[in-house]
Ligand binder design. Structure first.
Ligand code: 4AD
Ligand code: MG
Length: 479
């Protein structure tokens, strides 16, 4: 028997007139003769042509949308429109039936994205999600490629940890206690000494702190793994479980950090443009149709592919938080009180409406904001001479808001400890982290990029729940 060949391969090869075995799921069946078969390797189906005389009525009934089949036959030039080649079936076997009365993915009624979220276990079989998750794969591959080519070490930081890297207290606890009946100390508190790890633990919110330990030995490292935040943000940009890429580089200052982040984003977007043309064209078309439903002034000026090329070919705008506050203070939506959070004073935390104003209305390109007030940023950021700001950088993207958060790190032991004390962090418990500042400390910097926010941008989708296979969000952990 000839080897199974993937549909993508058959469609892409120049040759015809050779035997193949194809396997996949039926997308449609018409005229009792033509099967559109999809195997997930591409959104394009291969047309399988049946010899009508040899098909029994019983088999015909079972050729339904969603059924899994195996076909051996001959690849021949197609007479019909729409495809160069097709497979003339010689033998057809049904591997798995699919009841058309019950299968939710019929071609006739185009299911909404919301509905597909409810059947996320089947949505991979649609064109939209096929394209999204092939792109997600490519972007993940491009991430590793980028860092590998630059000599970074991929470091696996722990998922279970005792520290709150961001100090924001948004952690999921990890315990093996019977939560109805945990052991208590004499004073009546939960006795974590008795717990599995002998202490209170949680799911990591970031691999950065451990990443810094690696950078102080390897020079350049990156992490790429799941991170968890118990923040009750029910938005189209937040997940409780998301994947983050966190490079950390010894001997980098803030500017080196920004340069790397910009090159990194451009590189992975460039990879997708080069390697996922078909899927991007499909998603661009999808987005264009969606945009048509919107009122004229809300439509975006660029198509998906244009937008990606624009990011690739233009420098990101760089400015300080202080400069941004000036722009926002004097902006139309601030003066006419259109912002939900009005910008009055220096020191205000930027909300996503402000970030999006800067990116989408004012600069109309990606923006890197630097030197934020220390009061609204994490403890580990390097303090500026002014005593007010830290060497932070956030990268803001159109349609997304914050896609990257990073900084140069405070490498001075005394300054770092003082800041930790000011912020009431457990200095003794974090001596392992502080050791890097005691034993050969060096300037270093890093950033974190939210992988789903990147996938959101590249696919042009509107909701982060549609770019991760099985989203975890407040009140939802299906599948
Ligand atoms: O800005 P954040 O919180 O930074 C850190 O965690 C640092 N330790 C990173 C570092 O310097 N190594 O998160 C980084 C990025 C954000 O810019 C955003 O893209 C993404 O992670 N992110 C989320 N993505 C989806 N859902 C959430 N709830 C997210 N929270 C942050
Ligand atoms: Mg941030």
């Amino acid at each position: 028997m000839s080897q199974r060949v993937k549909v993508k391969q058959i469609l892409q090869d120049e040759k015809t007139d050779y035997p193949v075995v194809v396997k996949g799921w039926i997308r449609s069946f018409r005229n009792n003769q033509f099967i559109a078969l999809n195997d997930g390797s591409t959104n394009n189906n291969i047309q399988v042509v049946l010899d009508m005389d040899s098909v029994t009525p019983d088999l015909l009934k079972r050729l339904t949308t969603g059924a899994a089949i195996s076909v051996s036959g001959q690849v021949i030039p197609s007479m019909g429109k729409g495809q160069r080649v097709e497979v003339k079936a010689i033998e057809l076997e049904i591997l798995g039936d699919c009841d058309p009365e019950k299968y939710p993915l019929q071609l006739k009624n185009r299911p909404s994205l919301e509905y597909l979220r409810e059947i996320a276990h089947l949505r991979f079989r649609t064109n939209t999600f096929g394209a999204i998750f092939r792109l997600r794969h490519s972007l993940a591959f491009a991430v590793h490629k980028f860092f590998n080519e630059r000599g970074f070490v991929y470091l696996h930081t722990p998922i279970i940890t005792a520290s709150d890297a961001e100090g924001a207290g948004e952690m999921f606890h990890v315990t093996s206690f019977d939560i109805k009946n945990p052991p208590l100390t004499e004073s009546g508190e939960i006795d974590y000494k008795e717990d599995f790890f002998g202490r209170a633990t949680n799911l990591t919110v970031s691999g950065q702190l451990e990443g810094e330990l690696g950078a102080m030995a390897f020079g350049d490292i990156y992490t790429f793994g799941p991170t968890f935040r118990a923040e009750n943000s029910n938005t189209a940009r937040h997940l409780a479980e998301f994947w983050m890429i966190e490079p950390e580089m010894a001997f980098y200052d803030l500017e080196d950090n920004m340069n790397l982040a910009e090159a990194f984003i451009k590189s992975v977007i460039g990879y997708a443009l080069e390697n996922n043309k078909e899927d991007l064209e499909f998603l661009a078309q999808r987005l264009a149709e969606e945009e048509k439903q919107k009122p004229q002034q809300e439509r975006s000026e660029m198509g998906l592919i244009e937008k990606l090329e624009f990011v690739l070919n233009n420098e990101f705008m760089r400015l300080t938080y202080t400069e941004a506050i000036d722009i926002l203070k004097n902006s139309k939506p601030n003066k006419s009180k259109k912002f939900n959070y009005l910008i009055e004073d220096w020191g205000a935390d930027l909300q996503s409406e402000h970030e999006r104003y800067l990116v989408e209305k004012h600069f109309k390109k990606p923006v890197i904001l630097t030197d934020y007030p220390k009061a609204i940023k994490a403890f580990y950021m390097k303090q500026n001479e002014d005593g007010k700001t830290v060497r932070a950088m956030d990268i803001l993207f159109p349609g997304i808001g914050e896609i990257v958060g990073g900084s140069q790190r405070e490498e001075n032991y005394d300054k770092l400890v003082t800041r930790m004390q000011e912020m009431h962090l457990p200095v003794e418990e974090m001596s392992w982290y502080l050791d890097t500042r005691r034993f050969g400390t060096a300037p270093h910097a890093g950033f974190g990029l939210g992988f789903e926010r990147l996938v959101l941008f590249v696919t042009g989708m509107g909701n982060i729940r549609d770019v991760i296979p099985f989203p975890r969000t407040p009140k939802s952990a299906e599948f």
